[in-house]
Write a protein that binds this ligand. Structure first.
Ligand code: AGP
Length: 605
């Protein structure tokens, strides 16, 4: 996803911009650029490819003197990844430069009118209309100019702007895309997310839709959509710089896999006190809820798939799941008795935001489970429960997924107790089970310390099946996505009971099948499925409990998880699946932290 950064201070800005852009690389991009305002001139350098190329072209910024600058990493939406399409874009008269994250949905209409007015376009991007609108409507005051063009733009945008008539100033405004202001000493910043600012400051302001910031080295002024100056709270980011660094690991993904026990513990501990679950003032009238609808995208959706089982088991409330990209256009049957649970690590996923707004407008109460404080989804929700995973840099989520599932577990037990669906002794047992998850996650990791050897038997596969039943199937969904998105091996997750209805036709000699067989209630059925596929030549890698001799006899290979007699046991299964995906990708020499075509936060539709 695109990322924007801006800096204004006493030092040369270019090196700071380059460093900020590097911190945004994890978001995924294919070109980059920087614009520096110096002595009334805006100088721009753009590259197709990585920030390293931009460093080389600007000699680490030395070739671009000036203390006021904006920068951009572009994840191509409109127009191929080329230098011309890279941001920043410059107005015809050279007075304005713009960087943008989001999509201007009505750009074609605006573009044709601007061309009729004589403006010359260089790129294929939607963003370029902004810089020509600035030139067209600027009459000496940026506030009124921004308000004017904002009234014409449809879609999503986080905009960073330079103007030669406003030396030492950078301007920022947003609609639906994230934008954060950083407060430094004698210097100030803006960025798409905290990761780009954390090396400079932990004091940030979250800009909200329609607001506009005028930033100088000593002051940040913020105005509302009507143009009135407003005061906004300063938030303290509680990340430390090391948390956003690799910390000696080869990849962020491996670091974040190993952080999961700590992340889950940090998510649990503040919410279990004196034998009670305390959920951050979650005063939802649960009695009035007739249906829970869970919506999200990608891994967050699969966390919801796993969470459904526990909520229904404990609360006896029907739980539906719908992908956010489907839900937003499905004319959903929602009313004020619906609780919408929205899952999102970044809190900025466009489809999830749109689905949430759609359901909210139809009367649903919304509970957001997100990792990024102050994110759009967190701000939109009626109630928010944060996962305390810390910064997740790898595009492929790991601790984001397990902490989301942890919060769903917490919610299920909390709601079941309030609804009177569980007795005191069961409640107490479930709390003990919850508190034992971090240690068991660590045990699972220790138990699979040699999993790289298993990965060596599978990394040359050109396709894989992940099968399971009930909760094992839910975990198989996430396991297959992990494998696909970082190793680029086609992996299909299938309900094991469904295989005989068609898909088993694809099983032939040596086809790899990862069979999740941890759910003891239906293990025998899954064993039958393992026999079915084996009899057709499949090579079966089973995921089972560490004392399960029967499965070990059936499978070609085995990866194990500790025995955990609890409805929360499924969470342990994702650890070996994450590690398998990691080592298969590593053996294939893949770009594990920044997989091709992917972005960490998909802030466009
Ligand atoms: C997960 O590994 C992927 N990167 C992707 O599926 C992700 O889960 C999805 O885009 C949702 O992101 P979010 O949790 O930030 O909303």
């Amino acid at each position: 996803m695109c990322g924007i950064v801006g800096f204004t201070g006493m030092d040369n800005a270019a090196p700071n911009i380059l460093e900020g852009l590097e911190k945004l690389e994890y978001r995924g991009y294919d070109s980059a650029g920087i614009a520096v305002l110096n002595d009334g001139i805006i100088n721009i350098t753009k590259v197709t490819g990585r920030i390293a190329a931009l460093r080389e072209k600007t000699e680490n910024g030395e070739l671009m003197p000036g203390t006021t600058a904006i920068g951009h990493t572009r994840w191509a939406t409109h127009g191929a990844p080329t230098d011309t399409n890279a941001h920043p874009h410059l107005s015809n008269d050279g007075r304005f430069a713009v960087v943008h994250n989001g999509i201007i949905e009505n750009y074609m209409e605006l573009k044709s009118k601007l061309i009729e007015s004589g403006y010359i376009f260089e790129s294929e991007t939607d963003t370029e209309v902004v810089v020509h609108l600035l030139e067209k409507y600027y009459k000496g005051d940026m506030h009124s100019c921004i308000r004017k063009i904002a009234s014409k733009l449809k879609g999503s945008y986080a905009l960073g702007i330079l103007c030669t008539e406003n030396p030492n100033k950078i301007f920022a405004t947003k609609q639906s895309s994230p934008l954060i202001l950083g407060i430094g000493a004698g210097e100030n910043y803006f960025a798409s997310d905290v990761t780009a600012l954390i090396n400079y400051t932990q004091n940030v302001i979250y800009l909200e839709d329609g607001e506009f910031a005028e930033i100088t080295p000593d002051e940040i002024k913020i105005f509302d959509c009507a143009g009135y100056e407003i005061k906004k709270p300063v938030s303290r980011v509680n990340w430390d710089i090391q948390a956003a660094e690799k910390g000696g690991y080869e990849h962020f993904m491996l670091k974040e896999i190993t952080e999961q026990p700590r992340a889950v513990k940090a998510t649990l501990t503040p919410r279990i006190k004196d034998g009670k679950i305390m959920l951050d003032n979650l005063n939802i009238e649960l009695d009035g809820i007739s249906k829970i609808l869970i919506t999200a995208c990608g891994s967050a959706y699969y966390a919801g798939c796993a969470g459904k089982y526990i909520i229904e088991k404990l609360c006896r409330i029907p739980v539906e799941l719908q992908l956010a990209s489907e839900l937003r256009y499905s004319d959903p049957i929602i009313d004020n008795k619906t609780l919408l649970i929205v899952l999102s690590q970044s809190g900025e996923t466009a489809d999830t935001i749109a689905a949430m707004k759609e359901c909210s407008q139809r009367g649903a109460k919304t509970l957001a489970i997100v990792n990024v404080v102050g994110s759009t989804i967190a701000n939109l929700a009626d109630y928010t429960l944060y996962t305390h995973a810390g910064p997740e840099i790898a595009v492929a989520t790991t601790k984001g997924y397990t902490t989301q599932l942890t919060v769903l577990y917490l919610f299920a037990v909390y709601a079941a107790e309030i609804l009177g669906r569980i007795e005191a002794d069961e409640y107490s047992k479930l709390l003990d089970d919850l508190m034992s998850i971090p240690k068991l996650l660590q045990n699972t990791m220790d138990m699979n310390s040699k999993i790289e050897n298993t990965a060596k038997k599978y990394y040359t596969s050109d396709s894989m099946f992940f099968i399971g039943r009930n909760t094992d199937y839910a975990l198989a969904l996430e396991g297959a996505l992990k494998m696909k998105e970082i190793s680029y091996i086609h992996a299909e997750s299938y309900a094991a009971g469904e295989l005989k209805h068609g898909t088993i036709a694809l099983i032939s000699e040596g086809t790899p099948v990862i069979a999740l067989a941890c759910n003891q209630d239906i293990k025998e059925k899954t064993m039958s499925n393992i026999v079915e596929v084996k009899s057709r030549g499949a090579r079966v890698l089973a995921v089972s409990l560490n004392d399960d001799k029967n499965i070990a006899m059936l499978a070609n290979d085995i990866i194990t998880v500790p025995k955990f007699d609890s409805p929360f046991a499924p969470i342990l299964e994702i650890i070996p699946l994450q590690l398998m995906a990691y080592y298969v990708a590593k053996l294939n020499g893949c770009d594990i932290d920044k997989p091709k075509n992917l972005a960490k936060s998909v802030t466009v539709e």
